[in-house]
Design a protein around this ligand. Structure first.
Ligand SMILES: O=C(O)[C@H](O)COP(=O)(O)O
Length: 208
């Protein structure tokens, strides 16, 4: 049996300002750093010790991953950073306040850009584009470790994790588009070496 722990990064300055963050390299806020540490504490409390750790190339993901590895006594583990796990690129919306975007283009069009599968925001990626880079990464880098019974940490972003969760939870596209992953709340998947999902639990803190 293998273990895959997926975590969305802790709160970033972009999240705090309700901005489209995408590929903007927004750092964690103090709250984001605290909830990342607490996520690591909860993972450590159930005795998980990681064999591999993956994160995106964005600092909010890297720093969340490092905080979790510190709390689980795995801070010497080499981080595998990959742009394949980066948040979807929001193009011209990057850095724009979401309410301002709704005022400018209308709520319906902004929602279409945020939560449709194939529609791209101006100059950005669709969720389908994001899937086209996340899935090959999962197949080439993560699945081989799951087949060998490893304990894996994967820290990424709200939209790139949609693709990961669709693959692991076998979600339809509609289900995948509807999930919202809170910041720094670990989901623990126990997976058989035949890749069947054995069980899943979400480590929410008492106050979340
Ligand atoms: O990149 C961002 O702004 C967020 O992480 C995801 O934003 P969304 O939930 O509006 O897609």
């Amino acid at each position: 049996m293998s273990t895959l722990v997926i975590v969305r990064h802790g709160q970033s300055e972009g999240n705090e300002r309700n901005e489209f963050t995408g590929w903007k390299n927004a750092p964690l806020t103090n709250k984001g750093r605290k909830e990342s540490r607490e996520a690591g504490e909860r993972i450590a409390a159930i005795g998980i010790s990681f064999d591999a750790a993956f994160c995106s190339g964005l600092v909010r993901s890297i720093d969340t991953c490092r905080a979790i590895l510190r709390e689980t006594q795995a801070d010497r583990l080499e981080l595998s950073q990959t742009e394949a796990l980066n948040e979807r690129d929001y193009g011209e919306l990057t850095g724009m306040n979401k309410d301002e975007a709704r005022d400018r283009w209308g709520s319906d069009l902004v929602q279409e850009w945020r939560r449709s599968y194939r529609t791209r925001p101006p100059g950005g990626e669709s969720i389908s584009d994001t899937s086209a880079r996340v899935l090959p990464f999962l197949l080439c880098e993560v699945i081989p470790l799951l087949l060998r019974g490893r304990m894996i940490l994967l820290v990424a972003h709200g939209n790139s994790l949609r693709v990961v969760r669709q693959a692991i939870d076998r979600l339809t596209t509609e289900q995948m588009l509807s999930i919202e992953t809170p910041t720094a709340v670990p989901t623990i998947y126990r997976i058989g070496t035949d890749l069947t999902l054995i069980d899943k639990c979400v480590l929410t803190g008492d106050d979340r």
